[in-house]
Design a protein around this ligand. Structure first.
Ligand code: BG6
Length: 459
């Protein structure tokens, strides 16, 4: 017998910067300026020159045309029986010119009205992420992102606008996608380029502080408008194990884990762990007392981890766990890790948890119009089995959203061939393809899983 609650939020996630397109009806976002390719990781941290060059393919500009296909796509999600869909609003659609816009762009606001209403028509709970690696480019060019305190005020204006507009229909809000991704992707997640002559850690710590403040502002905005709204922030939960049983590796694990847990500790508890406060002081972070108060008084209602893989750490650094298999893109596969991760988060914070991303990114082959993705079914099944065990352990889990509802532009490589969806989209790495949507075998499998509340995980 499976142990998922009757009102459990089964569904998936997508993001505006990876699926929407509609480039001519909004301004550019940070991911629109990152070209495709396996070496793209370094651009996520520092794109060097983010002014676009015409001859390079920037996959996020078209995404998979959700902007044009949203009704068809949502109808497919409804066929699978989704109870929830997480998507991001593009700030660059609401304030395309930033502080030069005297009023928000009504057409942009109306687009998300339509998306929300379409979801509600099928009884699908809309869950909004306010920024999912898709910050407007003007925030970077004009202000250098969250390094600048002014961007917190601009973010406040943006979220007050969207919460006011959608709160009557959207109960769950997620401030940021994988806030801790800023550790290695400062440009994409923080919207910040390290100014010449500045120390990266110093800049990073100021960005972290401002993003934690912005998170608290979203919490306050939501709760002031309607105390029943629920706010979370997505944390990339990538647990590290010690490589060996040596005390040195155990300490290395503690230090490595802190790089991620420092974010959630503040957002959930409202206070700074001692070591983190020391770091902030060491890096001369400007922390106004009214900002500290805001952070202290406005904490998260739920935790929203993404989970894909685990790694190991030793004194020589972090690497893949040699005991685990890897995907075609070199990500370890560790279903048991999701159970321990959930237990650890629940033990630490005692707040409800919604898994907001989990999935397998790998190429698919279309044979006679069909996609037999049994490997994806296997991956998801093994993780759902472990999630069920975590619920039996006592973890308060309110939802499971896979990554992704349909194929989208991948973040790490910008490739379309790294496919995560239940719905195949005919869009290829070179930008060709009809954008036609096809149901994979996993589409029918997830439909059955949802229908049976996680009871029937068989093929
Ligand atoms: C998460 C992101 O990091 O993982 C998504 O929130 C991303 O945006 C997903 O697409 C999978 O990663 P990737 O790099 O394979 O697309």
């Amino acid at each position: 017998m499976a142990h998922f609650k009757q009102d459990f939020l089964w569904g998936s996630s997508i993001s505006g910067g990876q699926c929407e397109g509609g480039f001519s009806t909004r301004s550019e976002t940070v991911v629109d300026m990152i070209p495709q390719g396996r070496g793209r990781g370094r651009y996520l941290n520092d794109p060097e020159d983010y002014i676009h060059e015409q001859d390079i393919f920037y996959p996020s500009r078209d995404g998979v045309e959700f902007y044009e296909h949203y009704q068809e796509d949502i109808a497919l999600y409804a066929q699978m029986g989704f109870k929830a869909l997480r998507f991001s609003v593009l700030w660059s659609r609401i304030f395309p010119k930033g502080d030069e816009d005297e009023t928000p762009n009504e057409a942009g606001l109306a687009f998300y009205d339509h998306v929300i209403d379409e979801l509600l028509k099928y009884g699908i709970e809309p869950i909004i992420t306010t920024i999912h690696f898709d910050m407007p480019l003007w925030v970077v060019k004009r202000y250098n992102g969250f390094y600048n305190r002014k961007v917190v005020s601009l973010y406040q204006r943006y979220v007050e606008t969207i919460v006011q507009r959608y709160h009557d229909r959207v109960k769950y809000w997620i401030s940021f996608c994988e806030i801790n991704g800023m550790n290695h992707a400062l440009y994409m997640v923080g919207g910040t380029l390290v100014p010449e002559g500045k120390d990266r850690e110093e800049v990073l710590h100021q960005c972290i502080f401002h993003k934690l403040l912005a998170n608290a502002i979203l919490v306050k905005t939501c709760h002031d408008i309607d105390a029943s709204l629920k706010v979370g922030c997505e944390i990339a939960a990538t647990p590290v194990y010690p490589l060996t049983s040596s005390p040195e590796d155990y300490m290395a694990m503690i230090q490595e884990r802190r790089k991620d847990s420092r974010y959630a500790d503040v957002m959930v508890k409202g206070s700074f762990p001692y070591y983190f406060l020391d770091e902030l002081k060491q890096y001369h972070t400007v922390m106004l007392s009214e900002d500290m108060k805001m952070i202290q008084e406005n904490t998260l209602d739920f935790i929203a981890p993404s989970y894909y893989r685990t790694s190991v750490v030793s004194s020589t650094g972090v690497k893949n766990n040699p005991q685990l298999k890897e995907t075609a893109f070199g990500w370890t596969v560790d279903p048991q890790g999701i159970r321990s991760m959930l237990n650890e988060l629940y033990e630490r914070y005692e707040k409800p948890i919604m898994i907001v991303e989990n999935g397998l990114g790998t190429p698919d082959e279309v044979v006679d119009g069909k996609i037999h993705d049994d490997y994806r079914i296997d991956y998801l099944r093994q993780h759902i089995e472990q999630i069920d065990l975590a619920i039996q352990d006592g973890v308060d889990l309110i939802g499971y959203l896979t990554w992704a509802a349909m194929d989208v532009v991948s973040t790490s490589e910008g490739m379309l061939s790294k496919r995560y969806g239940f719905i195949y989209i005919d869009r290829q790495d070179d930008g060709t393809g009809t954008m036609k949507r096809l149901k994979k075998d996993s589409f029918y499998w997830y439909q059955k899983v949802i229908k049976t509340h996680g009871e029937d995980l068989s093929d």
